[in-house]
Design a protein around this ligand. Sequence first.
Ligand code: C2E
Ligand code: MG
Ligand code: MG
Ligand code: MG
Length: 280
Amino acid sequence: ISKSEGRNCFHFFTQQMQLDAELTAKLHNDLKFALETNAFELYYQPIVCLEENKIVRAEVLLRWKHEGAFISPEVFIPVAESSGLIVELGHWVRKEAMASLLEFKRKGIEIGLSINVSMYEFWSHALQDCLVTSINDIAVDLTTDSFPFDGITLEITESLLMKQHQHLIDALQKLRDMGIEIAVDDFGTGYSSLSYLSHFPVDHIKIDKCFIQESGSSVKQQALVKAITTLSHALDLHVIAEGVETEEELQFVRSADIEAVQGYYFYKPMPKQNLLTLLE
Ligand code: C2E
Ligand code: MG
Ligand code: MG
Ligand code: MG
């Protein structure tokens, strides 16, 4: 690359960065406004237990219609994280999700809900207590009866576990003492070490969709998924396969002894009313 080309690239790069900074600032403002005006919605994607052939849980996925079109949480969650809005947004998600859980229970529908928690909410010790407090406060607001905490699973990412802090372990333990289950999301995408799983109080691992989707073309990926599953079972963890889209992927997941599946093959994320219709 010549020097002049290099300079051009650099010039282009800074322009791009500026654009991103502007977009980020705009998204931040819009997110704040969306929180104030209750512009978010939750979708629910069923998780199917293969042995029972039954929907046991649904993952709660945040949806935001921004300027007329849905904008991916993979775009706006990082903005919420870097601006600190994620704490308020996370609280809103839990409030909505826990209200739904109570509604399902009162209708006699047996289903658990799996809620994503950003690792930013876990970062400081104060925030960890905040998460327990946030969940407790919501429960008290929602009902005078005992809240069905055992219907909640919290999904965290493995990068969080890499830190191995005692106060993280304590926070997870506190949540589990309340009856809440913990799932490690997107397993295999970070710096995965299976050994750390034994140090943490977790209940489920969700194998990331990239492994499932590559399993069709790669025998090595298949071997890896099988090994992860065997080891997880040895550690008493339940395994969920994410992103199952085809019959072949489902066959493979069955052969790997994975017990639960989330993916377009069965269901896409849907509004609450659709989930209710499906379950009733
Ligand atoms: P995730 O927690 O790993 O959620 C699973 C994602 O995979 C969802 O994308 C879901 O729609 C998608 N998915 C499910 N089955 C399939 C499939 O068969 N094929 C393909 N290609 N995709 C499938 P979504 O809803 O766009 O969410 C993306 C990510 O945004 C989530 O990944 C999660 O990390 C984050 N996110 C979503 N909602 C929340 C939230 O309420 N709080 C936080 N902190 N993060 C959230
Ligand atoms: Mg998730
Ligand atoms: Mg995931
Ligand atoms: Mg993800």
